[in-house]
Design a binder for this molecule. Structure first.
Ligand code: OOB
Length: 554
C-alpha cells in the first residue's frame, strides 16, 4: 500500500461504517451535506463575524476573533507535528479554551475525545490508550481537583502520550500556548472528508469502562442543524451553558454548535449552581438554558425560596439526560410560566424533543419525538419482536446520526446492535398515539445519577477486588434531588478481627477511589447482606435488591 492509502485505512480502523445504501439515502435526502465541522465553523464565523460568539467571565469573543484563535491554535498543533488521524483527549471545564481546542484540533483532522471534568485517571487513561492519543489538554484545577496529578498518572501509564497542555499553572507540563504570533494559515486536513470520524463522544455504558462513540462530520452536523431549527435559535439567542460543554446534550442538542449555526451568543457558567447561573441569566438576558432534572429541581427550589423567577424570562428551558418527574415539569410550566422542552437523547445518536407547540400535557408527560423522519424506531420485547402500539418495550433505533458501532469494540457491538444495525438503547419506552416517546425505565445495568451515568459493572469490578468482598451488586436507589443514587450491596468475608461495618464502608469507598474512577461512581450508600438474592437463572437479583431499598425508604 502507498503511504496515503495506509493513512486512509488508518482513519477507518475500529470504525463500523454506515452501509452504502444508507449513505446514499442520507445524502439524497439532504441530511448529509458533505461539510466538515471546520468548514461549518468557518462558515458560521464568516457569516456572523461581528456577533459575540462566547462570553466567559469578563471575556467576550466575537466569531471572527474566535476563528482567529482557532486557526492559530491549529497552526500551533501542526507545528508540533500532529497530523490527521491523531487523537487527543480534551478535559476542560466550561472555558473558551474548550472551543478553541475542539475546533482547532478538528481543523487539522485530529480526533478529540470529549472527556468530562468528572472523569479521573481510570477513565482518562483508558481513553488515551484506546485512541493512542498523543496529546492531553486539561485545566490546572476545577471543583477542587488538581488535574496535573491525573496527567502524571496518565503519562506513566500511557506510552502514546507525547504532550500535556495545562490551562493555568502547568508545573512540569506545557502551558496553554500564546498563539498570537502564529499565522492564521495552516494546511488544515485535506484528506479528511465529511464522512470521516470527527471526534469521539463517550457512552454512559453498561459494561466495564465507557465506550468511545465515533461521530462523523456529516452525521453530527445534521443533528446540529436540525436541532437548531427545532429549538428556534437565531442571532438574538443567548444561551447559558451550565452543564459540561463536552457532553452531547451541551454540544449538539441544540447546544453550542446549534447556537453557533444560528449566530447566537454562548455564555459559559463555571458551575451550574443557582447562585452563579441566576446572576448570569439576569446580567446577559439569557434566552436559552439546558439542565438535567436534578438541577431543574434545585433551581425551582431556589425560586420557591424567594429568588427572582428566572424561568419566566427564558425563551426556553431544556431539561434532559434523565427522566424529568411529571410533577416538576408541571410546576415549571404552571407555577413559573416556564417554556419547557424535554430532551431525551444519547451520545450514540438519536435525540427526541418535545416541540414548543406540543400541548402542555405532552410537554409535561412525554420525552418528545425524534428529530428526523428517518430516525427508525422499534419498540420490541425480549425476543426482538415488535410490540403493539402503546406497549412498553426495548427501544431500538437506526438513523442518519446514530452510530453503527462503538470504536474498537467488536464483541460489545454484537450485543449493542442488531444484525441490521439498530442500536439497542437499553431504554424501556412506549410511544403515544401522536408519536411522542415516554421513557418508562431501563433494561441496561446502569444507574442514572442526576444525568451522570454509572455502568454498575465497572464499580462492582473494583469493589470485588477488595479482600473482604465476596460479591457486590450496585443498584439504583431513589433520591429526591438526583432521581437516583447508587447503593452497593456487599456480601462480605468475615475475618477474625472484623472491622465494624461502618469502618468497612469507609474502607470500601476509599478502595474504589484508589481505582481512579470518576467521583460520581463512588457508591453513595453501602448495605451489607448475608446472602445475595438470585434469579431463576442464577444471576444476582437486582430487581429484588432495588425493591428492598424502595421498601426501606417508605
Ligand atoms: C444524554 O446522553 P447520554 O449518552 O449521557 O445518556 C443517554 C441515556 C439514554 O439512553 C437514557 O437512558 C438517558 O440517558 N436519558 C433519559 C433522558 N435523556 C437521556 N432518560 C429519561 N428521560 C430523558 N429525557 O443523556 C443526552 C444526550 C443528548 C441530549 C440529551 C441527553
Amino acid at each position: 500500500m502507498q503511504d496515503h492509502q495506509l493513512a486512509e485505512a488508518g482513519l477507518w480502523e475500529g470504525i463500523v461504517q454506515y452501509p452504502p445504501e444508507f449513505i446514499e439515502k442520507y445524502i439524497a435526502k439532504g441530511y448529509w451535506i458533505g461539510q466538515t465541522i471546520s468548514e461549518f465553523f468557518n462558515e458560521c464565523a464568516q457569516k456572523y463575524a461581528k456577533n459575540t460568539a462566547v462570553i466567559s467571565a469578563e471575556e467576550h469573543l466575537s466569531y471572527a476573533e474566535l476563528k482567529r484563535q482557532v486557526d492559530q491554535f491549529s497552526a500551533y498543533l501542526e507545528q508540533k507535528g500532529y497530523q490527521a488521524g491523531d487523537s487527543l483527549v480534551i478535559q476542560l471545564p466550561n472555558i473558551i479554551e474548550f472551543f478553541i481546542a475542539y475546533f482547532a484540533s478538528i481543523g487539522i483532522g485530529m480526533r478529540p475525545v470529549m472527556s468530562l471534568p468528572a472523569h479521573r485517571h481510570a477513565e482518562v487513561s483508558h481513553f488515551i490508550a484506546q485512541t493512542e492519543a498523543k496529546l492531553y489538554i486539561c485545566a490546572e484545577r476545577h471543583s477542587g481537583f488538581d488535574y496535573r496529578t491525573l496527567a502524571r498518572e496518565c503519562r506513566q501509564r500511557c506510552p502514546s502520550l507525547q504532550q500535556v497542555i495545562v490551562v493555568g499553572e502547568p508545573e512540569e507540563f506545557d502551558p496553554w500556548p500564546d498563539v498570537s504570533a502564529f499565522p492564521e494559515q495552516h494546511a488544515g486536513a485535506p484528506n479528511i472528508t465529511a464522512r470521516h470520524v470527527a471526534f469521539f463522544q463517550l457512552s454512559g455504558g453498561s459494561t466495564g469502562t465507557p465506550k468511545l462513540i465515533p461521530r462523523t462530520h456529516d452525521d453530527y452536523l445534521y443533528s446540529v442543524r436540525a436541532s437548531a431549527e427545532i429549538c428556534q435559535l437565531d442571532e438574538t439567542s443567548k444561551m447559558l451553558m451550565a452543564l459540561p460543554a463536552a457532553h452531547n446534550f451541551s454540544l449538539s442538542s441544540a447546544g453550542s454548535l446549534g447556537l453557533f449555526f444560528a449566530g447566537g451568543t454562548l455564555v459559559l457558567a463555571k458551575e451550574p449552581s443557582p447562585n452563579t447561573c441566576f446572576a448570569l441569566i439576569e446580567k446577559h438576558r439569557i434566552s436559552h438554558a439546558a439542565l438535567v432534572p436534578a438541577l431543574a429541581a434545585k433551581w425551582a427550589e431556589t425560586v420557591q425560596q424567594g429568588a427572582a423567577n428566572i424561568f419566566a424570562g427564558l425563551k426556553a428551558l431544556q431539561v434532559g439526560g434523565a427522566r424529568l418527574p411529571d410533577a416538576l415539569a408541571r410546576q415549571l410550566i404552571e407555577e413559573y410560566g416556564c417554556r419547557l422542552q424535554q430532551v431525551f437523547g444519547m451520545a450514540e445518536g438519536l435525540v427526541n424533543y418535545t416541540r414548543y407547540d406540543d400541548s402542555a400535557e405532552s410537554i409535561i408527560s412525554t420525552q418528545g419525538s425524534r428529530i428526523s423522519a428517518d430516525d427508525e424506531i422499534k419498540i420490541v420485547d425480549d425476543e426482538d419482536r415488535e410490540l403493539a402500539a402503546g406497549e412498553v418495550g426495548h427501544l431500538l433505533t437506526r438513523g442518519p446520526y446514530t452510530i453503527r458501532g462503538y470504536f474498537k469494540a467488536d464483541e460489545h457491538n454484537r450485543k449493542a446492535f442488531t444484525r441490521d444495525g439498530f442500536y439497542r438503547t437499553g431504554d424501556l419506552v412506549r410511544m403515544t398515539e401522536d408519536g411522542n416517546i415516554i421513557v418508562e425505565g431501563r433494561s441496561k445495568d446502569q444507574i442514572n445519577r442526576g444525568g451522570e451515568k454509572i455502568a454498575t459493572e465497572e464499580v462492582e469490578q473494583a469493589l470485588n477486588l477488595h479482600p473482604q468482598v465476596m460479591q457486590s451488586a450496585l443498584v439504583a436507589m431513589p433520591d429526591r434531588m438526583l432521581g437516583e443514587k447508587s447503593c452497593a450491596f456487599i456480601q462480605w468475608r468475615r475475618e477474625e478481627k472484623d472491622p465494624s461495618l461502618s469502618r468497612l464502608s469507609m474502607q470500601l469507598r476509599q478502595h474504589v477511589r484508589t481505582f481512579g474512577l470518576a467521583t460520581f461512581k463512588i457508591p453513595d450508600h453501602i448495605e451489607f447482606i448475608e446472602d445475595m438474592p438470585y434469579t431463576a437463572l442464577g444471576k444476582i437479583d437486582k430487581k429484588e435488591l432495588r425493591q428492598r431499598l424502595i421498601q426501606a425508604s417508605n
